[in-house]
Design a protein around this ligand. Structure first.
Ligand SMILES: [Zn+2]
Ligand SMILES: [Zn+2]
Length: 210
């Protein structure tokens, strides 16, 4: 039976613009809000004619959870996130911990979490089953991987790129926490070259070209 795809909505919010997303089941209108970073009124407007059933956190950096408490109070829905470790000192209260491979039903669709550590220990990507779109948070951007703060963190990113990101098909469309979406196949060559180079001792902001 052909199934109508989930509707994906996006708003750019906050002083250092980040992407808050909403996935909406077109049949039941059930929806999940992803990364309530800032601007609760804009996020609420994004959820017009949707029926929120959850808030999903890609990772706990402050720019991605700035409006979490406010949106949790407004929507009164369960919060879903990876069990961590979370951003320094953050006491995240989640109602459902998502580990690698866990699935969540939203209307007639299923979301699935992929743990993709490196940028931070609690980052997850969210796939929609039977759909080429993936919400990647700050795991990867069009221009490079998410920033790292230690050599160990960067090595973890390289492992995530090799084992998880490069295993996704070319037609995958990645929706990052900042900036525009991109097709994975258009970046595959650059990512493969990046993980193949010697980056010994490196951590920080990286581009695929370095
Ligand atoms: Zn981040
Ligand atoms: Zn971010």
């Amino acid at each position: 039976m052909p199934q109508a795809k989930m509707e994906l909505r996006v708003r750019s919010v906050g002083p250092w613009p980040m992407n808050s997303y909403a996935l909406v089941c077109p049949v039941t209108r059930q929806s999940v809000l992803i990364d309530p970073g800032a601007d609760p009124d804009i996020l609420q407007e994004m959820l017009t004619d949707a029926q929120p059933v959850g808030i999903l956190i890609t990772h706990t950096h402050p720019d991605h959870v700035g409006a979490l408490d406010e949106m949790r109070a407004r929507l009164n829905v369960r919060v879903m996130a990876h069990p961590g470790p979370h951003f320094e000192g953050l006491k995240l209260r989640a109602d459902l911990w998502l580990n690698h491979g866990d699935k969540v039903r939203v209307g007639e669709h299923h979301l699935r979490a992929y743990h993709t550590p490196g940028h931070i220990g609690d980052i997850i990507c969210t796939t929609i089953e039977g759909d080429e779109r993936i919400i990647v948070g700050d795991t990867i951007f069009e221009g490079g991987p998410g920033k790292t703060w230690s050599v160990e963190g960067f090595h973890t990113t390289l492992r995530t790129l090799r084992n998880i990101v490069l295993a996704w098909p070319d037609e995958t469309v990645c929706y990052p926490g900042h900036g525009p979406p991109f097709r994975l196949g258009d970046k595959r060559g650059a990512i493969e070259a990046f993980v193949g180079r010697d980056h010994s001792g490196f951590f920080g902001d990286a581009t695929w070209e370095m």
